[in-house]
Structures are given as structure tokens and as C-alpha cells.
Design a protein. Structure first.
Length: 163
């Protein structure tokens, strides 16, 4: 098949299940030898370094991301801190390779407030406060949060740039 007639390829980064907190140490399961004085890093530090390296690679190759898809579980038990850590990290590390409203964030089961009734604003409060009050992110329409009559599709759909 002749690929010269295909429309441009799209490049997405998919992130899921970070489970970030302010103090969660990354546990390595494949340690061959422990070295005195070298501690395991925080999960957030490992992810931040990875995103920074990705942005540097893309920039040096004159490439961008068409979107970032975060599919849930930024944190544990609805704790807003992990969601804010991830949100800020994505903005800081990927700003040079991604445009505005190109990050889709969907809550996972660990991003909601436990023991709250389904389809309520209380269930998604921390998620919406972390992700929903910014032009940088797209979040899905959430039952109990967004009424069907007031949904603005552009606020809930990740769209490719038209060229």
C-alpha cells in the first residue's frame, strides 16, 4: 500500500495508573544489588524524568504530540494531591511539545472519593477541581456533574488540529 497518500499520522502519549502521592517510593522488584547511599526515588520523580526525556527527544527531532490521554488513577482514594502532581507535571514537562486543550483526563476508580454515591458531584469533586478548571485539559462529561442540556462538546472532546 502506498503510504504517501495516507493522511498525516497522529502521535499520542497514553498515561495510566500513576498512583502518585507526595511520598510514594518507587519499589523496584528486580534489584540485583543494593548500593549503600542510593535510595529508591519517588514515583513522581521517575515519571517527571521520563516526561522530560520524552519532551527533549521530541523537540530535538522537531516533533510534537497531538494529544495526551490520561486514562485514570493519578492517585489513591480520591486524594487530590496526586492528581495535582500529575496535572502540573504534564503542563511543566510537555508544554513545549503539546498545544492547549490536548490533554484528555479521565477519572479512574482511585481518582474518585470513596464511599460517595455514584453519579454525584461529591464523587468527582477532587478530580474536577484538579482537572476541570483549566483550558489546558479536556475531561469527559460526568454523570451528576454535567447536565446533558448544558454540555459544550468542545469541552469534552479531544480534537486534532485541522491543517
Amino acid at each position: 500500500m502506498d503510504k504517501s497518500n495516507n493522511k498525516e499520522n497522529l502521535r499520542f502519549l497514553h498515561i495510566t495508573d500513576c498512583h502518585l502521592t507526595g511520598d510514594e517510593i518507587l519499589t523496584r522488584t528486580d534489584i540485583k544489588q543494593r548500593i549503600a547511599g542510593i535510595d529508591n526515588p519517588l514515583r513522581a520523580e521517575v515519571l517527571r524524568d521520563t516526561l522530560k526525556s520524552l519532551a527533549e527527544y521530541l523537540t530535538s527531532n522537531k516533533q510534537n504530540l497531538d494529544g495526551v490521554i490520561f486514562s485514570g488513577d493519578a492517585t489513591f482514594k480520591g486524594d487530590q494531591k496526586g492528581q495535582i502532581i500529575l496535572r502540573d507535571m504534564l503542563l511543566e514537562q510537555l508544554a513545549c511539545v503539546i498545544g492547549n486543550q490536548k490533554i484528555l483526563s479521565v477519572p479512574g476508580n482511585h481518582d474518585i472519593i470513596t464511599r460517595t454515591p455514584p453519579d454525584t458531584e461529591a464523587r468527582y469533586r477532587n478530580f474536577c477541581e484538579a482537572w476541570g478548571n483549566s483550558d489546558n485539559f479536556v475531561i469527559p462529561a460526568l454523570e451528576g456533574v454535567h447536565s446533558h442540556s448544558s454540555i459544550i462538546p468542545s469541552n469534552h472532546i479531544l480534537e486534532a488540529d485541522r491543517k
